[in-house]
Design a protein around this ligand. Structure first.
Ligand SMILES: Cc1ncc(COP(=O)(O)O)c(C=O)c1O
Length: 390
């Protein structure tokens, strides 16, 4: 049965938790006339609240990409050093590597989850490797305990990209974001909680926190004077963004709880369908609801059929792996030079990732506002498509 009313989504009030608290927060800042995070109290209060939530020191900044740039800068790769990461993520995971003149090295992923495969990461380590950036894709914990162990054995830094995994946990383990030397979060419009754009980087290491704070504000240690100690940019979070983010942070646990409860309902409704690869449930933060389908007739047929049933669906999440983008595969990076890129990223580099994108991965947007009827309609649509194509 086709749906008539669209599901609530992240570009409208029904699909966001923006309410009286955020409105009051914005007005509080406007009335103070203090809009820059350097001089106000909101950005520092947000850092304290995020710090308490994760038991870490937090640095607020202007986006998730900025948070990853702070992290890479703090890890301090030399020009041409290598950073291993995943081919399935937002481009914000990889852009900071290039911006710091390091070489992105792509390791293949698990064919079921799309998360980094520790064996592939280990095989990619060379004498030039400086760090690993692991992404918790769609909200499912990557094998981060194994990667922590690997990083320690090889003397590498581990950065966690938690942009999609607010309050995700490792099954039987800790919160994701507490395994890495640094972990990064996004407050972009589509994330669990949002301030439009915004980012947070967390760490337990005071020196990394110091470096990130400097990089966020032009290398300027304002406690000393007008002195720029190291290269930095202006990645400051504004007070308006921080005030909204504080209100949203107070809601994140409820958002994740509701998404989990909604996801359990869909998982139960689909559990008996042969050929579908459903996500493991414990600890998943459900930014999206991903599942895998048989390679024939493949994910594009599936996504188109679901769309016809009124259920938004993406085949493969990306059109191509990160390394297939012109920015990495062919375009110059600076001037006419491809530096720091010193290699080709040929098709077939990460076969599991390519197969997920091209053939087997389907993602459904997920939202805490879905009603039982919404979830049941999604389940009915998936069952109908399954009956037609498998
Ligand atoms: C996994 C991941 N990393 C990084 C980013 C970049 O975050 P932002 O858009 O806030 O720069 C995003 C989202 O956009 C993301 O999903």
């Amino acid at each position: 049965m086709s749906r008539t009313e669209p599901l609530p989504g992240p570009l409208e009030p029904r699909g966001r938790t923006i309410g009286a608290e955020e409105r009051a927060a914005v007005l509080r800042v406007l009335d103070s006339a203090l809009l820059c995070g350097t001089f106000g109290t909101e950005a520092r209060a947000l850092e304290a609240e995020m710090g308490r939530l994760y038991g870490r020191t937090a640095v607020a900044c202007s986006s998730g990409t900025a948070a990853l740039h702070l992290a890479v800068a703090a890890v301090n790769p030399g020009p041409g050093d290598e950073i291993i990461t995943t081919p399935i993520s937002d481009f914000g995971t990889v852009a900071p590597i290039l911006a710091q003149n390091a070489v992105p090295v792509f390791a293949d992923v698990d064919p079921g989850t799309g998360n980094l495969d520790p064996a592939a990461v280990e095989a990619a380590i060379t004498a030039r490797t400086k760090a690993i950036i692991v992404v918790h894709l769609f909200g499912a914990a990557a094998p981060v305990a194994e990667l922590r162990d690997l990083a320690d054995r090889h003397g590498l830094a581990l950065i966690e990209d938690c942009a999609q995994a607010w309050l995700g946990t490792v099954p039987g383990g800790d919160l994701v974001g507490r395994y890495g030397d640094i972990a990064c979060f996004s407050l972009q419009q589509y994330k669990h909680i949002t301030a439009g754009d915004g980012g947070l980087a967390i760490t337990a290491d005071p020196e990394s926190a110091r470096r990130m704070r400097l990089f966020m504000d032009k290398g300027w240690d304002r406690s000393i004077g007008r002195l720029h100690l190291s290269l930095g940019l202006n990645y400051r979070m504004t007070e308006l963004v921080a005030a909204v983010a504080r209100a949203q942070l107070g809601k994140v646990s409820g958002v994740v709880d509701r998404r989990r409860e909604r996801a359990r309902r869909l998982l139960a409704a689909l559990a008996d369908l042969p050929g579908l690869g459903l996500p493991g449930e414990p600890g998943h933060a459900w930014w999206m609801f991903p599942f895998t389908v048989p390679g024939e007739p493949g994910n594009r047929v599936w996504a188109a059929a679901l769309e016809r049933e009124g259920v938004p669906a993406s085949a493969g999440y990306l059109e191509r792996p990160l390394y297939g983008n012109p920015a990495l595969a062919e375009a110059p990076v600076y001037g006419a030079s491809r530096f720091p890129i010193d290699r080709d990223y040929p098709p077939g580099l990460c076969p599991n990732a390519e197969r997920l994108i091209d053939r087997t991965l389907v993602t459904l947007p997920w939202n805490e506002a879905y009603t039982d009827e919404d979830v049941d309609a999604i389940a009915a649509a998936v069952r109908k498509v399954h009956a037609g194509v498998v």
